[in-house]
Design a protein around this ligand. Structure first.
Ligand code: CTP
Ligand code: MG
Length: 235
């Protein structure tokens, strides 16, 4: 199933503490951003990449894309102050350039370079059929709801899923959800929340635990281990 991917890349990487956008940090000798871009660039089902960037990083990123031979970036809108603003900029760029409401689009954190092609494919086909599909893994840990340091309740672990990106949607549905959130001043922590609040069903696609978001220094260390494992698998 063909799709267009939207990659928010306009963060600042505060928790990584690198003093610059963490997406420029190298993993196995290559920038995290380039690794994520390459997954989609090499996927025959990916029709285009819309990349939200910080205006002051646009030239640097443009150069990186050129030097690494990435060819599918079709638009690079300015990102915004919140991740949701950056994603909305991507959605507007897609619709503004004549993207069809029936097309499948997916939003993926540029900071998750280990996303598997299998999960991407599954998300695209489930979203095409049902409208919305998000990548998630089962919680390995027991999760507590806590208030003021006291446990309030323990939700049944079998009903708990840890949500990642990609999150895939019919484009018209994501566009409606983004615009409604903006009009209502609603800030969500993922795209699914914006769709859920309109009452549309969202399906889970089981993902893998190695689709880690590079957030803190520990994640970089995990990333290096995952890369080694991938290299060994391909030997
Ligand atoms: N992002 C974005 N625009 C923002 C904030 C985040 O495009 N205003 C992007 C990041 O570049 C990243 C993805 O959204 O690819 C997930 O966000 P996160 O992991 O939180 O990255 P940062 O916001 O950069 O990191 P931090 O929250 O630690 O500052
Ligand atoms: Mg952030």
């Amino acid at each position: 199933m063909e799709y267009t991917v939207m990659l928010p890349a306009a963060g600042s990487g505060r928790r990584m503490g690198a003093g610059e956008n963490k997406l420029f940090l190298r993993l196995g000798g290559e920038a995290i951003l380039v690794r994520t871009l390459r997954v989609f660039d090499e996927d025959p089902d990916c029709r285009g990449i819309i990349l939200a960037v910080r205006p002051d990083e646009r030239e640097r990123i443009r150069k990186m894309i050129e030097e690494s031979g990435i060819t599918k970036v079709s638009a690079m809108p300015d990102g915004g102050g919140e991740r949701q603003d950056s994603v909305r900029a991507c959605v507007r760029a897609f619709i503004g350039s004549g993207g069809s409401g029936d097309a499948v689009v997916m939003v993926h954190d540029a900071a998750r370079p280990f996303i598997s092609r299998t999960v991407i494919g599954e998300l695209a086909s489930v979203a095409a059929e049902h409208g919305a599909a998000i990548a998630a893994v089962r919680s390995k840990d027991t999760v507590k709801r806590v208030r003021d340091g006291l446990v309030e309740s323990t939700p049944d672990r079998n009903s708990l899923w840890l949500v990642q990106t990609p999150q895939a949607f019919r484009a018209a549905l994501l566009a409606e959800a983004e615009e409604r959130a903006e009009a209502d001043g609603f800030l969500g922590t993922d795209e699914s929340m914006l769709v859920e609040r309109l009452g549309y069903p969202v399906r889970i696609v089981e993902s893998t635990y190695d689709n880690v978001k590079m957030t803190t220094k520990e994640d970089l260390a995990i990333g290096e281990v995952l890369l080694k494992r991938l290299e060994e698998e391909h030997e």
